[in-house]
Design a protein around this ligand. Structure first.
Ligand SMILES: Cc1cc2nc3c(=O)[nH]c(=O)nc-3n(C[C@H](O)[C@H](O)[C@H](O)COP(=O)(O)OP(=O)(O)OC[C@H]3O[C@@H](n4cnc5c(N)ncnc54)[C@H](O)[C@@H]3O)c2cc1C
Length: 441
């Protein structure tokens, strides 16, 4: 097991840093046991880090940072039940490619594939679709090192533990292996179209109900709405022409968007006219590609983000209020709002736990002030019992979060059981899970 010390760790958004006492890189489950033992012996907490794609300080530690990149890859495929057991440190891109080799795919994915499977599921990472669920909900088994260093297997027969571990926020132990319920590989027919935002809103409920994966973006200070609709199809692959794909993925979404944001930082008032110049109502393109290729795209423009889940029935009202809040801010916002939907699941602390949900995600270009913007959105979300994404900025604490989750007490029982001494805690987890902290032991 490799160890290195005193390097500054930074997350993808470049808004969180940590200086862990040591970074340890286990290559086996025996190493995990040894790491927990070392933490206990040295009086240090132990914190796993995935790909560092959370915007909160959820993965930060000044104790032992555990990088489980070596615990990766597909380990077992059950072709009868379409279930796959995977090393918890597997990056989603690698997982998707591996599943495709076996003719399998995950039913739903988020926007990117750079996260580790354990990191993504621990924070309840999700895509969109009223009849679909988060990646955590696809877990049918998990193996983790708990607070006494022993390895524990958890499955659907384990009740509260199973509900807690599938979206465990990194608090319950070190996940070593995860078993996922997959489905036969499928292609998606993708349609991306630009509209007046009010037209998107008026038809959204119907569009979301009659299609499988639906989301929309609204570009602040404009009337521009972009609708993305993806449905399973038996049609053969028909990718966008290379030039069109390059224009959309690189010029509009990555390099060009970076330039737009840099211009916007110097001349904020030009942002709406730049958006209007490149996105016109009536713009539309469609293509057919393997599911992971449609769900996930590269994101090279760095930003920070906050995302809340509200009961599905309040989504459009909440969106309308966020829209008004942005327009009254007096601060130009260059990044679009992203709006998604998701079916409920039975995880304890997933954002869609026990309720069909609508999501509103707010982003700002890195280095841009977001305090007034995000604080105002949080006030609106509070009126709808909004639940924050665990990996995206928020200011909630255990006191404000507890009433929002029907299975909060069940999660707390599992936490006391699996990590009674707070070996896996950090200041973030202390704040959101415990009234009295453990991480400053
Ligand atoms: C560009 C970008 C796009 C994104 N798009 C989406 C999206 O579409 N939908 C969405 O829901 N989210 C999205 N996110 C958020 C992201 O999916 C989550 O924050 C996710 O947790 C990041 O995974 P990670 O591997 O980087 O985990 P990290 O951020 O490194 O860690 C997250 C948590 O997981 C824990 N953890 C990691 N590995 C283990 C393990 N082996 N055992 C136990 N705990 C572990 C960590 O301790 C920590 O508590 C996006 C983030 C970025 C930067």
């Amino acid at each position: 097991m490799a160890t290195s010390s005193q390097t500054t760790w930074r997350n993808w958004g470049r808004n969180q840093t940590a200086v862990p006492a040591d970074v340890v890189r286990p290559t086996s489950e025996a190493d995990l046991e040894a790491i927990v033992g070392r933490g206990v012996a040295e009086g240090r907490t132990v914190k796993v880090v995935g790909s560092g794609h959370s915007f909160t300080d959820i993965a930060c530690t000044d104790g032992l940072m555990v990088d489980i990149a070596a615990l990766s890859g597909i380990r077992h495929v059950d072709t009868t039940n379409n279930q796959v057991t995977v090393g918890a440190g597997t990056v989603l891109a690698e997982l998707n490619a591996g599943l495709a080799d076996f003719g399998l795919a995950l039913p739903n994915l988020g926007d990117i594939d750079a996260q580790t499977l354990a990191g993504a599921t621990s924070t309840g990472t999700h895509g969109t679709g009223e009849r679909y669920q988060s990646i955590s909900a696809a877990i049918v088994g998990a193996r983790l090192a708990t607070g006494d260093g022993s390895m524990l297997d958890i499955g659907p027969g384990d009740g509260e533990r199973f509900d807690a571990v599938r979206a465990g926020i990194g608090a319950l132990g070190i996940l070593s292996e995860i078993t996922l319920q997959c489905e036969p590989a499928f292609n998606l027919h993708a349609v991306e179209s630009t509209h007046d935002i009010d037209e998107v809103i008026e038809t959204f409920d119907e569009t979301a109900a009659s299609n499988e994966h639906v989301e929309f973006y609204w570009f602040p200070h404009t009337r521009t709405g972009q609708l993305k609709v993806n449905n399973r199809t038996d049609e053969p692959i028909a990718r966008r022409p290379k030039l069109k794909a390059f224009l959309n993925d690189e010029v509009l979404s990555n390099a060009g968007f970076e330039v737009l944001n840099r211009i916007g930082r110097r001349r904020p008032r030009t942002i709406p006219s730049l958006i209007n110049a490149v996105m016109k109502p009536g713009d539309r393109f469609e293509f057919v590609a393997p599911s992971a290729e449609v769900f996930c795209s590269p994101r090279r423009v760095r930003f920070v983000e906050m995302e809340y889940a509200v009961p599905r029935e309040h989504l459009l009202e909440a969106f309308g209020r966020v829209r008004s809040h942005i327009e009254s801010l007096g601060q130009p916002i260059s990044f679009p709002l992203e709006v998604r939907v998701l079916g409920q699941d039975d995880t304890a602390l997933g954002t869609a736990s026990g309720r069909d949900s609508g999501y509103i995600a707010c982003h700002v270009y890195r280095g841009t002030s977001h305090e007034a913007y995000f604080a105002g959105v949080e006030r609106i979300m509070a009126d709808y019992g909004g639940r924050p994404h665990w990996g995206k900025l928020h200011r909630q604490s255990a006191e404000t979060l507890a009433p929002l989750y029907p299975k909060w007490d069940a999660f707390q029982r599992v936490l006391s059981d699996l990590d009674p001494d707070g070996h896996f805690s950090n200041p973030y987890l202390d704040r959101v899970l415990r009234s009295t902290g453990f991480s400053k032991r």
